[in-house]
Ligand binder design. Structure first.
Ligand SMILES: Nc1ncnc2c1ncn2[C@@H]1O[C@H](COP(=O)(O)OP(=O)(O)O)[C@@H](O)[C@H]1O
Ligand SMILES: [Mg+2]
Length: 306
């Protein structure tokens, strides 16, 4: 379906058609003689998306200025109830395609991407004061799909929410990446959850997917209990494997990687790894880029001797 574009932009091709918007590659006619006149434009049909979600998406995404978050240039309100979000175009596709093409990633490459992701999440949680609530490889963009150590950019703030005083009660996100306290809530309207702790879970799933090349299987430890109806969160378990098969060869997954994934995917949010825990984790800290290492989450003691 052709989507309307704001003045000064010319359609080039579709980039992605999601449930909540169409994203197209466009040329900014005012910059057509420059090196990079291209932008990505997300066009949202306000008749199909609740206004509160559009408001939050635009507000959180526009205020997030970080080297690992897709930069928004402007928001344009158009006729016929369409809103356009004009952003930097990121040319290497998304992390889902990147991992699928390689089957899975060697740990040091997965770590490099994961460190950038956590740096963006730390900024979002502690500087912007918001939760993303839909972190998954499809919403993480890559600058160069052929690079072993690409730069990544978090995007799609369609479910983002400021932390504020109201705990989160809506049931948004994508099932595979949803934390169990979100997915398995018995009374969907009554139980509040912490959107930022749910983001940590989703980042743990992203790390799992990069390392194992498959989705985690959540099982219920109690015999015969349907995970849909679990009330006791600690009854849910995620299987971690000690090795992964790549091209017919079995490759060991390190203890350190498994420990971190286990901590981030702790079913009970109260015992889940926090950002401060992650910034103390030896596997995470290995080969850490200087800026990521210098960023200190709340609750982390600064080491003056280092
Ligand atoms: N700035 C961008 N540069 C390049 N591709 C993008 C950009 N933004 C989105 N895309 C592509 O479009 C898809 C959908 O965009 P997204 O913002 O995630 O919308 P939705 O809410 O529909 O999931 C992404 O998964 C990605 O492949
Ligand atoms: Mg998306």
């Amino acid at each position: 379906m052709p989507v309307p574009l704001p003045e000064h932009y010319t359609f080039v091709r579709d980039l992605g058609e999601g449930t909540y918007g169409t994203v197209v590659l466009a040329r900014d006619d005012r910059r057509s003689h420059t090196d990079n006149p291209f932008v990505a434009i997300k066009v949202i049909d306000t008749r199909q998306v609740q206004h509160k979600y559009i408001r939050q998406e635009v507000s959180v995404h526009k205020s997030a200025r970080h080297k690992h978050i897709v930069h928004v240039h402007e928001k344009v309100e158009m006729e016929d109830d369409f809103v356009a979000l004009v952003m930097d175009y990121v040319r290497g596709g998304d992390l889902f395609a990147y991992v699928s093409k390689r089957r899975c990633l060697p740990e040091h490459q997965a770590r490099w991407i994961f460190q950038q992701l956590m740096y963006a999440v730390l900024y979002l949680h502690e500087s912007v004061g918001a939760a993303h609530r839909d972190i998954k490889p499809e919403n993480i963009l890559i600058d160069d799909s052929d690079a072993d150590f690409p730069s990544i950019y978090l995007t799609d703030f369609g479910f983002a929410k400021y932390s504020g005083v109201n705990p989160t009660i809506s049931n948004v996100g994508t099932p595979t990446y949803l934390a169990p306290e979100v997915f398995h809530r018995r009374d969907k309207s009554a139980t509040a959850y912490n959107g930022q702790m749910a983001d940590i879970w989703s980042c743990g799933v992203c790390l799992f997917v990069m390392i194992y090349g498959i989705y985690p299987q959540l099982t219920n430890a109690g015999p015969g209990r349907d995970p849909q109806y679990v009330v006791d969160l600690d009854g849910i378990q995620c299987s971690l494997y000690e090795s992964v098969r790549v091209g017919g060869v079995s490759k060991r997954v390190s203890e350190g990687a498994m420990r971190l994934i286990r901590g981030m995917m702790a079913p009970n949010p109260a015992s889940r790894a926090t950002l401060a825990d992650i910034w103390r984790d030896p596997w995470f800290l290995k080969d850490i880029p200087k800026d990521v290492g210098r960023a200190l989450p709340r609750g982390t003691a600064a080491f003056s001797s280092r």
